[in-house]
Design a binder for this molecule. Structure first.
Ligand code: COA
Length: 177
């Protein structure tokens, strides 16, 4: 499998993976809105290929903390793998590669709102009890779906606050799990 940064010319592949994986336009809509949003940059958008076919996509966008903190912060999402290619480790490899790139580029901490039994396999842990509030309140029963992973040591425990997402994600419809 090859994973590389998604190019502008890959947009059709990216959107069709998102639509097929989510079974709706939700993932594709989030990707399109984030790609056009300056407040989301820097964005890391990666495509996974098997035998020259694009089969998986992941995107990370910029976030910040309130009160303001001297941290470089990213939010993971969406992540999508074509249904016929799921359960082969592609999602996991996209997460690992993305975290590697973010770490190398100086990102300190990454958040995700997602499946609470999936992301802990890749180092994420519940963020609420560690003092990181999501951009929008999440129902108590889904609290574990809001997760964090530090890429630089010493973030968890020393910082807390509300995570402010890119402007285009600042809509309650994107904050349901
Ligand atoms: C979630 C998703 C990206 C995982 O991709 P993948 O390439 O199949 O993931 P991996 O192969 O790395 O891991 C597969 C494991 O994750 C598990 N998994 C998949 N979706 C899961 C979910 N919603 N909750 C918990 N575990 C899940 C699988 O059951 C499998 O478990 P196993 O290893 O015990 O068999 C993919 O299923 C997908 O595109 N789903 C639809 C879109 C989506 O929900 N995106 C994530 C939004 S948070």
């Amino acid at each position: 499998m090859i994973i590389r940064k998604a190019l502008d010319s890959d947009l059709d592949d990216v959107l069709s993976i998102e639509r097929a994986a989510f079974g709706s336009g939700d993932g594709a809509e989030i990707v399109q809105t984030l790609l056009g949003d300056d407040s989301a940059k820097p964005i890391v958008s990666l495509l996974a290929f098997q035998e020259n076919k694009a089969v998986g996509h992941i995107l990370f966008s910029r976030a910040s903390l309130k009160p303001d903190a001297p941290l470089s912060i990213s939010i993971l999402g969406p992540l999508a793998v074509l249904p016929d290619f799921q359960k082969q480790g592609i999602g996991g490899k996209l997460i690992e590669k993305g975290l590697d790139i973010l770490s190398t580029s100086g990102v300190d901490v990454v958040f995700v709102l997602g499946h609470p039994t999936y992301y802990p396999r890749h180092g994420f842990k519940p963020a609420g009890i560690l003092g990181f509030e999501p951009s929008y309140p999440i129902p108590e029963k889904n609290a574990d779906a809001w997760m964090v992973q530090e890429l630089s040591p010493g973030i968890i425990g020393n910082f807390r606050g509300k995570v402010i997402c890119a402007d285009s994600l600042d809509d309650p419809k994107y904050w349901r799990e």
